[in-house]
Design a binder for this molecule. Structure first.
Ligand SMILES: [Zn+2]
Length: 88
């Protein structure tokens, strides 16, 4: 199965980060926008893998890598929450 590893990691980290932002819109549109902006900042990392393997790998993420990704996600949250692409 071909997967963008970065997308899986963002999916994995995003809910935790969103928990710290109580006031932002979390409709599917805004969530997708946050993901799109984050992923556009990152180089895609395609992996071919069986389902379970990816989650094992996620637990092995380097702290620095995780911190960098968290920073990108927070930037994307700020962009989207300041300019939601729908009327409130
Ligand atoms: Zn929204």
């Amino acid at each position: 199965m071909l997967k963008n590893y970065m997308e899986l990691i963002v999916d994995n980290l995003l809910p935790t980060i969103l928990n710290e932002y109580k006031d932002i819109c979390r409709c599917p549109r805004c969530i997708e926008d946050i993901k799109a902006i984050t992923l556009n900042q990152l180089k895609p990392l395609y992996v071919v893998t069986e389902k379970g393997n990816i989650y094992a790998k996620l637990n092995e993420l380097q702290m620095q890598f995780k911190a960098d990704l968290t920073k990108e996600i927070i930037q994307a949250i700020n962009i989207v929450s300041n300019n939601p692409r729908h009327s409130l």
